[in-house]
Design a protein around this ligand. Structure first.
Ligand code: NAD
Length: 251
């Protein structure tokens, strides 16, 4: 721990489990005042309980990324400790039920697009409302390897939502670079989280055979990248989405 995020505020959505939890803990362990939101109250409490004393903190808020009023309040509260919002991590998403496109019910389309795409838009929008006046800030969007390659039949809506997240990241970078704001994406490969484990079947999942590094990724693989992407060490990176996938996209 270096305390490199002391005095910084960080908002993380979907932080009750998986990568969001790891990202919230990583920033807090580096000194940040983190506000973590999710729809899962027990999971949020567990995230908070995992933080050792200091140097940073994790505050929690029940908020659904589909609810614009809640997300506006989330951004206000995240900025409250210092008056500025330094980092917004748009992480909350659902996998949806995977099925052939011709058999997918309309409800699944709405669910996946409302959370993964529209929810990300709302979090970006309300983060920018704090970052633009401050002329500073970093938005980190969680995309997917499926933004670039639909590797699994049945995942059309999920892949489409995640491809849109890459486009949103580029658009935000283009519009807001003039204000000193960066927007970057992370495209995880298979990472050991409840989302991947809920896919069913054998563990480890067969996709491991297509990962050149030969292992499933960990939430810490992603959290470490988030710390770097939000820092000045990556200060000339904007608009890009970085695959963190053990090489899965390489072939
Ligand atoms: N796990 C993987 O292999 C993988 C691969 C590629 C991309 N991703 C992406 O990485 C991110 C994190 O995934 P994960 O595997 O940690 O997922 P996860 O399912 O383990 O955790 C997601 C969290 O988001 C929360 N959430 C869901 N809907 C919400 C809503 N409407 N409002 C607020 N919170 C909500 C859930 O309660 C949960 O705590 C997601 O954007 C996901 O699409 C995951």
């Amino acid at each position: 721990m270096t305390g490199r995020y002391l005095g910084k505020t960080v908002a993380v959505t979907g932080a009750a489990d998986g990568m969001g939890r790891a990202i919230a803990l990583a920033f807090a362990r580096e000194g940040a005042a983190v506000l973590a939101c999710d729809v899962n109250e027990d999971g949020l409490a567990a995230t908070q309980a995992l933080l050792e004393t200091g140097p940073g903190s994790i505050d929690t808020m029940i908020a659904d990324v589909r609810d614009e009023g809640a997300i506006a309040a989330f951004a206000v509260r995240a900025a409250a400790p210092t008056g500025a919002l330094d980092v917004m991590v748009c992480n909350a998403a659902v996998k949806g039920d995977w099925a052939p496109l011709a058999e997918q019910p309309r409800e699944q389309l709405d669910l996946v697009i409302d959370i993964n795409l529209k929810g990300t838009v709302l979090c970006m929008k309300h983060a920018l409302r704090h970052m633009i006046p401050a002329r500073s800030g970093v938005i980190i969007n969680l995309a997917s390897v499926q933004s670039f390659r639909v590797g699994f039949p049945g995942a059309a809506f999920y892949a489409a939502s995640k491809a849109a997240v890459v486009a949103l990241t580029r658009a935000a970078a283009l519009e807001n670079g003039q204000f000193g704001i960066r927007a970057v994406g992370i495209a995880p490969g298979p990472i050991d989280t409840p989302m991947l484990r809920s896919s069913g079947g054998d563990w480890p999942p067969p996709i491991i055979n297509d990962v050149p590094l030969g292992r499933i990724g960990t939430v810490d693989d992603i959290a470490k990248a988030a710390l770097w992407l939000a820092s000045d060490e990556s200060g000339y990176i904007s608009g890009a989405t970085l695959p963190i996938d053990g090489g899965w996209l390489a072939p």
